[in-house]
Design a protein around this ligand. Structure first.
Ligand SMILES: C[S@@+](CC[C@H](N)C(=O)[O-])C[C@H]1O[C@@H](n2cnc3c(N)ncnc32)[C@H](O)[C@@H]1O
Length: 229
């Protein structure tokens, strides 16, 4: 019985693209390069370094969709700091305050019963806070908070600007990709670089079918694309 429950849970997680958050120690890379690697999140150290370099090699305004506790956000902030080129950088995360709000949103999006990741319960909901408040504290501790404007809420509803680089962590599976890729297009300047997390062959093909983008490369599951306008 226990085994089959475990198997079902595993299958649901596979379906919705859920992965365990990564802690710095669990990654085989030999030493820590970025302070960001100390923040818990769903982003491997290799992906952290790839995102850092993507930001360092680009210019213009940056949008992040999905900061959670600030791990990917810190990578972007560190690149802005280290290249000494001030840039507009706005970062959003849905401001859920309870497991019910989380489930209402993701059950509808994925059209299935989605588990609430335990980290949300332990770090966010049980403390009656939001991911944005926790991320703000994490970035402040690392001296990175001045490089970003963190906003709690739906990026696609609140933001009216266009950008030169978008990091999006809301492209886990085809339903989410279909909902969000047209919204990414609406926020992109021609030549905008898209760094999309949770890419695999299926997801990359969905993105290519939905937008005029060139696929460039994949590090872990961080895919980079160029929007052709
Ligand atoms: C996998 S987590 C992000 C992990 C984070 N990037 C890290 O480095 O650990 C995905 C996040 O995207 C957020 N999200 C999904 N759709 C969003 C939207 N439309 N606007 C803002 N945030 C969104 C969710 O609230 C969730 O916290």
């Amino acid at each position: 019985m226990k085994r089959s429950i475990k198997r079902i849970k595993h299958a649901v997680r596979e379906l919705v693209g859920y992965k365990r958050p990564i802690k710095a120690k669990s990654d085989p890379l030999p030493f820590k390069v970025l302070a960001a690697e100390g923040i818990t999140g769903w982003f491997s150290r290799r992906e952290c370094r790839r995102l850092y370099m993507t930001v360092a090699m680009s210019g213009g305004a940056i949008l992040e969709i999905g900061h959670f506790l600030g791990r990917s956000t810190a990578c972007i902030c560190e690149a802005i700091r280290d290249t000494r080129r001030p840039r507009t950088f706005r970062s959003y995360d849905l401001g859920f305050r309870s497991a019910e709000e989380f489930k209402a949103y993701y059950d509808r999006l994925h059209k299935t019963d989605v588990d609430v990741p335990p980290q949300y319960q332990q770090i966010v909901f049980s403390k009656n806070t939001t991911t944005t408040e926790v991320a703000t504290g994490n970035l402040r501790r690392l001296g990175l908070d001045s490089f970003v404007t963190l906003i709690s809420g739906d990026a696609f509803e609140l933001d009216r600007d266009t950008y030169d680089l978008i990091f999006c962590d809301a492209t886990h599976e085809p339903h989410e990709i279909e909902a969000n890729v047209p919204r990414l297009v609406a926020h992109s300047n021609p030549g905008c670089i898209w760094a999309l997390h949770d890419m695999n062959q299926v997801n990359i093909e969905r993105v290519l079918a939905l937008a005029n983008v060139e696929f460039c490369e994949l590090t872990g599951s961080l895919g980079t694309f160029m929007y052709r306008g």
